[in-house]
Design a protein around this ligand. Structure first.
Ligand code: R5P
Length: 302
C-alpha cells in the first residue's frame, strides 16, 4: 500500500488510542510491529511504503525500553525516505530531572530532549512536567514542540460523572490544572477548589498539609497531572478521611500507578480512580483523541 496522506503509526500498547487520533485527524493509520527476542532486544517492523510525513504515536512511560524502540522506528522511517517525523507522546518521560540537584547528577531532561530532537521534527505532548522552564521547546529543541493541557476533556468528564465536585490539588504544582478545570468554560458554573501543600521527603514519602476547607459531605476529587507511586494522592486521601466527605475520587492525566498504588488508594477510601488515556491503563476514562487530533490539525498538518 502506498500512502500519500500523512500516516499515523501506533505502537502495540496503544493501538486503539492511536487509531482514534488518526480517525479524528483524518489520517491514515498503520501499526508498528514489535517482536521481543528472548534476550530483550526488539525487532521493529514498519509498513513497507511510507509517505513523506509520518506521525509516531507513543507514550513514553517505561521509557528505558520504549525510547530505544521509538528511535529504531524513527530511524527506520528516515531510511525509508520519510521527510517529516512528528512524535505524539501523550506522556513525555524524563522531564522531572531538569537540573542537577546534587553534584554529578545528569540533567536527564536535557539529554533526552536533545536525543529526541535528533530523530523527530515535531513533538506533541500532554501536561508535561515542566517546572523550571516555560516552553517545551527549551527541553526538546525541535521545530515545533507543543505541550497541551488535558483540562478541557477532564472538566467535561467530571461534569458528567460527579455532582457538584470539590476539587483538591495535592500540591502547589497541581494548582494550574485544578484551577483550569474548576473554571473551565465547558462547565455550567465554576467548581470549588483548594490546593494543599506538599514536601517531598523521598521517592515514596511525602508530607502533605490540607488547606482550611470544609470537605464534610462533599464529593471530593483529587486532581493531579501524574500518579506514580500514588503516595501524593494517598497522603491527601488519608488526610481527607476525618472530614467524612460524601465520596472521594481521583482524576489524573497520566496513570503510572506503580506497585500497589491503586490498592492503597482504595484502602484509603477512594471510590473511583480515573485517568486520561495518555498512558494506556485500566483506569482510563477520559479520551484525549479529540484534543490531540485538534492540535495536530492546528499545528502539524497542512
Ligand atoms: C509532582 O509534582 C507531580 O505533580 C505529582 O504530584 C507526583 O509526580 C506524584 O508522584 P507520586 O505518585 O509518586 O507521589
Amino acid at each position: 500500500m502506498s500512502h500519500t496522506r500523512p500516516l499515523l503509526l501506533g505502537f502495540p500498547e496503544s493501538y486503539p488510542q492511536a487509531q482514534a487520533v488518526a480517525e479524528k485527524a483524518a489520517l491514515d493509520f498503520a501499526q508498528v510491529m514489535l517482536h521481543r527476542f528472548p534476550d530483550s532486544e526488539t525487532r521493529v517492523q514498519l509498513p513497507e511504503k511510507l509517505p513523506e510525513h509520518v506521525l509516531l504515536y507513543r507514550s513514553l512511560d517505561h521509557p528505558n525500553d520504549k525510547l530505544v524502540e521509538l528511535i529504531l522506528a524513527a530511524q527506520g522511517a528516515r531510511s525509508a525516505g520519510v521527510k517529516k517525523l512528528t512524535l505524539i507522546a501523550p506522556y513525555l518521560c524524563y522531564m522531572r530531572q531538569d537540573k542537577a540537584f546534587h553534584p554529578g547528577e545528569v540533567v536527564s531532561q536535557r539529554v533526552i530532549g536533545e536525543l529526541l530532537s535528533h530523530y523527530v521534527d515535531g513533538l506533541l505532548t500532554v501536561d508535561s512536567h515542566l517546572h523550571r522552564i516555560h516552553h517545551l521547546g527549551e527541553a526538546v529543541p525541535v521545530e515545533q514542540a507543543i505541550n497541551v493541557t488535558a483540562t478541557e476533556p477532564m472538566a467535561q468528564f467530571l461534569s458528567q460523572q460527579v455532582e457538584n465536585p470539590f476539587l483538591l490539588g495535592p500540591d502547589g504544582e497541581s494548582e494550574q490544572w485544578v484551577a483550569n478545570i474548576a473554571t473551565h468554560h465547558a462547565l455550567d458554573h465554576a467548581l470549588d477548589y483548594v490546593v494543599a501543600t506538599k514536601q517531598r521527603l523521598g521517592d515514596r514519602r511525602v508530607d502533605i498539609k490540607l488547606p482550611e476547607a470544609n470537605f464534610t459531605g462533599r464529593n471530593v476529587v483529587l486532581v493531579d497531572d501524574v500518579a506514580s507511586t500514588g503516595k501524593t494522592l494517598l497522603a491527601a486521601a488519608k488526610l481527607l478521611r476525618p472530614y467524612q466527605p460524601a465520596s472521594t475520587f481521583v482524576l489524573v492525566t497520566h496513570a503510572l500507578f506503580v506497585d500497589d498504588a491503586m490498592q492503597g488508594l482504595r484502602d484509603a477510601g477512594v471510590e473511583n480512580i480515573w485517568s486520561c488515556d495518555a498512558i494506556s491503563h485500566s483506569t482510563n476514562a477520559v479520551s484525549l483523541a479529540t484534543l490531540l487530533a485538534d492540535e495536530l490539525k492546528a499545528h502539524f498538518l497542512p
